[in-house]
Design a protein around this ligand. Structure first.
Ligand SMILES: [Zn+2]
Ligand SMILES: [Zn+2]
Length: 132
């Protein structure tokens, strides 16, 4: 885990986080093109771009909140991992599991979907037996 001096979640205002991850250069367009790392909030379980949440000066917190809600969150939601059965997003699933004292590691498995030619995700809430 990398050192984080100061985290402020623009989504839920928490100052507690789980960890920071570096993200590859997968986005060449849109708001995420300048995002190199994300910090996962331990309250809302969202992955938040570190440029909106790490070492932000107090006077800029409102600006970051607005940017997150208006620009980054809609983009993040479009790309976010989502269960194909219950349509929960990863953060809803992790929060639910966490509150039920179930480990939040490995929350999805993939099933092949011939129609789309890619795997669809099924979550640990929908099919807990698959994770035993
Ligand atoms: Zn949060
Ligand atoms: Zn599900």
């Amino acid at each position: 885990m990398q050192d984080i001096n100061n985290f402020n979640c623009p989504n839920c205002n928490s100052t507690n986080f789980i960890n920071k991850t570096t993200i590859g250069k997968k986005n060449t367009n849109g708001p995420y093109k300048n995002v190199y790392s994300e910090i996962q909030c331990s309250e809302c379980f969202m992955d938040i771009p570190s440029n909106l949440s790490e070492n932000i000066e107090k006077i800029n917190l409102d600006k970051c909140r607005k940017l997150w809600n208006d620009v980054y969150k809609p983009a993040h939601t479009l790309e976010a991992a989502k269960c194909s059965k219950c349509f929960r997003y990863y953060w809803d699933i992790e929060k639910y599991l966490f509150e039920s004292n179930i480990p939040t590691k490995d929350i999805f498995y993939q099933v092949y979907s011939p129609k789309k030619g890619v795997g669809s995700l099924v979550c640990k809430i929908c099919d807990p037996s698959a994770f035993k």
